[in-house]
Design a protein around this ligand. Structure first.
Ligand code: UD1
Length: 403
C-alpha cells in the first residue's frame, strides 16, 4: 500500500492569492501548492507591484504598494483564471485593464457574468476588440442573482465587494469548498462575509483589511485523481491531509464502482481489485459530481464490466482526451454532452498527447492502467495543477519518468 500527501488546492489558492491584493500589507499563506498556475498568479502580482517571498513552508505576499492596474496580456492568455485578479484590482484601485480570456481548451469560458456583476456595483466597462477596461470611483454594494452558479463570477463578486460601500448579496452563488475558503481568507483579513457554501452570500463592506496568516484547504481534485488512478490500476492507497467531506460524491461513485473505501475527516483509504462496475455520472455544480473529475472517471470506467454513461453538463468541450484513450483501445462514443463508455478488458500502450490539465491527468492514469510503456506529451498542461506528480506516483509503485 502507498500513501499520498495531498497538496493545497489549486482552485482555492488562486483566488486567495488574488484576494491578497485587497490588503495594504503582508499576508502569509500556508499549504500553497507549487504548481505552474500558482507561479503565473504570482507573476501577475509581481507585475502589479507586489513582493513575493517564499521560505519553503509559507508564501509571503507583500501588497503594500500596488503600482499598476494592467494584467499583462501574455499571463492573461497563459491562465484564464487570471481574470480573478480583476475583482481584486477593482476593489483595491478602482480600475483593472485586461484582455478578454477568449476560448480555451475545455470550452468558450465567457466572462459575461463577471462583467455584469461589476457593472451592477457601479463599474464602468469599456470593451475594445479583446481589451477590457474597468473603472469606478466608488464601489456600491448591490444585490445580484447569477444566471448560473459560476465559481469564478461568485469569487470575483466577493473580491470586488469586500471593500465596497454597504451590503452586497449574491443569489444563486456557487457553493464549492473553494468559495468557503475564499470567504474564510477574506474574513481572516477583517472582511465581513457570511453564507459561503449556501446559495446566498452576504458581504458587508468594510473600510480596510489587515494582515493575516492563512492555510489553504486540501486539493479535492488532486485527491480524487489519485483515487481514480488506484481504482483503475488496482491496489491500495491512503490519502493524507485530505478533507473527505469535500469528496462525498466522488467517494459515492467509487463505492458504486466496487472500490472499498474507508474514510475519516482527514484521510481516505481505497482498495481496488480493478474489477470495476459500470455507473452513470452527471457533472453538476457542487455538491454534485465535479466536472474536474469527469475525465479521470471515464478512464477508470473504460475497463469496467459493462457500459457506463457520463454526462458533462458544465463545459461544452471536455472530451478531447477521449480520442487519445481510444488509441489505447478504449471504446467510447461521445454524442453531445454524453459519453457512452463500453468497458474493455485492458487498455494497451500508445503514444498520446495531453491537451488540457484534467484530461492530461486522465491520460497518465490510462498509461498506468495499460499494458506496456506509453509515452505522453503535453506535460506542461498537467504541471499546471499537480504538484510532484511523478514523485507521488513513484511512491505508489508506478514506473514513470519525465524527460
Ligand atoms: C472553476 C474552476 C474549474 C472548474 C469550474 C467548474 C478555478 C480556477 N477553476 O472554473 O477548475 O472546472 O470552476 O467547477 O477555480 N460561464 C458563463 N459566463 C461567465 C462565467 C461562466 O457562461 O461569466 C459558464 C462557463 O462557460 C461554464 C460554466 O459557466 O460553462 C461554469 O463556469 P465557472 O463555474 O465560472 O468555472 P470557472 O470559474 O471558470
Amino acid at each position: 500500500m502507498g500513501e499520498v500527501d495531498v497538496s493545497g488546492s489549486k482552485n482555492a489558492a488562486l483566488p486567495v492569492i488574488a484576494a491578497s491584493l485587497l490588503n495594504k500589507g503582508t499576508v502569509e499563506l500556508k499549504n500553497c501548492p507549487q504548481i505552474r498556475d500558482v507561479t503565473v498568479m504570482l507573476e501577475i502580482l509581481k507585475h502589479l507591484g507586489a513582493k513575493v517571498y517564499d521560505n519553503q513552508q509559507s508564501l509571503f505576499l507583500d501588497t503594500s504598494e500596488i503600482t499598476s492596474c494592467v494584467i499583462p496580456e501574455n499571463l492573461m492568455h497563459e491562465m484564464r483564471s487570471s481574470v480573478m485578479i480583476a475583482g481584486a484590482l477593482i476593489g483595491r484601485k478602482g480600475c483593472a485593464k485586461f484582455t478578454y480570456p477568449g476560448g480555451c481548451e475545455i470550452g468558450s469560458r465567457p466572462i459575461n457574468m463577471h462583467l455584469k456583476a461589476f457593472q451592477k456595483m457601479g463599474v464602468e466597462i469599456n470593451e475594445t476588440n479583446d481589451k477590457i477596461e474597468c473603472k469606478v470611483q466608488k464601489l456600491i454594494g448591490t444585490k445580484i442573482t447569477l444566471s448560473f452558479p459560476s465559481v469564478g463570477a461568485t469569487e470575483n463578486m466577493m473580491l470586488a465587494s469586500v471593500l465596497a460601500e454597504g451590503e452586497t448579496v449574491i443569489h444563486n452563488a456557487a457553493r464549492e469548498p473553494e468559495i468557503v475558503c475564499l470567504q474564510n481568507f477574506l474574513n481572516s483579513m477583517g472582511g465581513r462575509i457570511c453564507g459561503a457554501g449556501s446559495h446566498t452570500i452576504f458581504v458587508q463592506g468594510v473600510k480596510v483589511l489587515h494582515d493575516t496568516s492563512f492555510e489553504v484547504i486540501p486539493d479535492r481534485i488532486e485527491a480524487g485523481t489519485y483515487l481514480c488512478m488506484v481504482a483503475g490500476c488496482g491496489g491500495e492507497v491512503k490519502l493524507n491531509h485530505v478533507n473527505s467531506n469535500h469528496l462525498q460524491e466522488v467517494i459515492r461513485q467509487l463505492k458504486k464502482m466496487n472500490c472499498q473505501i474507508g474514510v475519516s475527516p482527514k484521510h481516505i483509504f481505497l482498495k481496488s481489485n480493478a474489477n470495476l462496475y459500470p455507473t452513470i455520472i452527471k457533472t453538476m455544480p457542487y455538491p454534485g459530481f465535479p466536472t474536474d473529475m469527469q475525465s479521470q472517471f471515464v478512464t477508470a470506467l473504460s475497463i469496467a464490466k459493462g457500459t457506463s454513461y457520463v454526462m458533462e453538463n458544465i463545459f461544452e468541450n471536455r472530451y478531447k482526451y477521449v480520442k487519445e484513450l481510444m488509441k489505447m483501445g478504449a471504446q467510447i462514443v461521445v454524442q453531445g454532452k454524453t459519453a457512452m463508455v463500453r468497458g474493455v478488458k485492458k487498455l494497451k500502450n500508445a503514444q498520446i498527447e495531453a491537451k488540457d490539465l484534467r484530461g492530461g491527468a486522465a491520460l497518465v492514469e490510462a498509461a498506468l492502467m495499460a499494458e506496456g510503456i506509453s509515452t505522453i506529451t503535453g506535460i506542461p498542461y498537467i504541471e499546471r495543477g499537480y504538484e510532484n506528480l511523478t514523485k507521488k506516483l513513484t511512491i505508489l509503485g508506478a514506473k514513470i519518468k519525465e524527460e
